[in-house]
Design a protein around this ligand. Structure first.
Ligand code: FAD
Length: 320
């Protein structure tokens, strides 16, 4: 099923369902770890499972003579394959992510064709972050600089337009395209208004729903939804929640994801003696947020798991 259909179904039934995000295994690993993360959550009937996409990384290797060699490595390939493996094993819908970073339009088209052949009809379209060590995002010479162009490519393919022109005979893929939204604005945007303008451009390009960046403050989430609606964005908005899990995240999450942490959460985490206690605080905070979002009638909540789902299990048991 397409994500928008799943959302509509939940909405019509007056229910709140959940999705969660996983990372593909590290290169060399098998599927055991990812299946072990999913297995316990299946009893709660998740709506769909997202699988992130990872661009190439840069690694420096020091040689005996002291010289440094720069190597390009791909640590987590296999997004489409692992998404298909999850779909086949559990019969659950999957949403592979696809990014602009490091990919040409042809690479993107190939990945989409693979997804279509595998029966995957959902995709989350993202720009991706800068390559490690680079301060700005640089697009592939034959690729896209912004997610809206990627959305246009996918929408084009749905209507039979391929990178090198229209094909004579086309069965027409039918990808349901999601995009990212930022309740606390994207780090590179000069202000929230401009950020919303570009979000609307993604919607105009063919995006059918929005998943938000993690947000720890529901007031900001509700405000974002209100601002989207006022700006004429009417597609579903799926709030993203990350169960807080380590003390190091107090500095890491604001630094990497440019999100604020409410003082109440920070105080509770600071009181913890170890990360086991922090994980419990994170579970309680996520349960509190989920309850509020559910009470507000939102049909879908998305969880960032980072591949570990013991905390997600506790949240799902309480809420879903
Ligand atoms: P865009 O929508 O292109 O926006 C990026 C910046 O450019 C914004 O500041 C925007 O305001 C601006 N902008 C947009 N369009 C234009 C335009 N036409 N002209 C000028 N400026 C413009 N990253 C990964 O690498 N892999 C993943 O799997 C992944 N999954 C994610 C899932 C979710 C739900 C979220 C929220 C993020 C995810 N990310 C992932 C991170 C994401 O790639 C980064 O946040 C990235 O910096 C921006 O991606 P975007 O799709 O929002 O980009």
């Amino acid at each position: 099923m397409q994500v928008t259909e799943v959302i509509k179904e939940a909405q019509n039934a007056g229910k709140t369902k959940f999705s969660f995000e996983l990372l593909p295994p590290l290169k060399g690993d098998g599927t055991e770890g990812i299946f072990a993360a999913i297995d316990p959550l299946m009893e709660f009937d998740p709506a769909y499972v997202n699988v992130t996409y990872h661009r190439e990384d840069v690694k420096y290797v020091e040689h005996a003579d002291g010289t440094l060699e720069k190597r390009v490595v791909r640590r987590r390939p296999g997004t489409v394959g692992i998404a298909a493996a999850i779909m086949m094993r559990y019969g659950v819908d999957v949403v592979p992510h696809i990014i602009c970073g490091g990919l040409s339009k042809y690479d993107i088209e190939d990945a989409l064709i693979d997804m279509d052949f595998l029966g995957i009809h959902n995709v989350l379209a993202l720009r991706g972050d800068n390559r490690r060590g680079e301060h700005t995002f640089s697009a592939h010479p034959e690729g896209h600089a912004h997610a809206c162009d990627l959305v246009r490519q996918i929408a084009g393919m749905n209507s039979g337009v391929f990178v090198d022109g229209e094909v004579e005979k086309c069965h027409h893929s039918r990808f349901c395209v999601g995009v990212a939204g930022y309740p606390e604005k994207h780090a590179e945007s000069p202000n929230a208004e401009t950020d919303l303008k570009f979000l609307k451009e993604k919607v105009n390009a063919g995006a059918e729903y929005i998943v938000t960046q993690m947000c720890f403050d529901n007031r900001k989430m509700f405000d974002f939804i209100d601002r989207c609606r006022a700006a004429g964005i009417s597609i579903p908005i799926v709030p993203g929640i990350k169960p807080f899990s380590t003390k190091a995240q107090l500095t890491m999450l604001p630094q990497i994801f440019h999100v604020d942490l409410p003082q109440e959460l920070v105080s509770e985490v600071e009181k913890c003696r170890d990360n086991k206690q922090v994980r419990q605080v994170g579970v309680e905070w996520a349960i509190m947020q989920s309850r509020e979002l559910k009470a507000a009638g939102l049909p879908m909540i998305h969880f960032y798991t980072m591949g570990k789902t013991d905390n997600m299990y506790k949240i799902a048991k309480e809420i879903f």
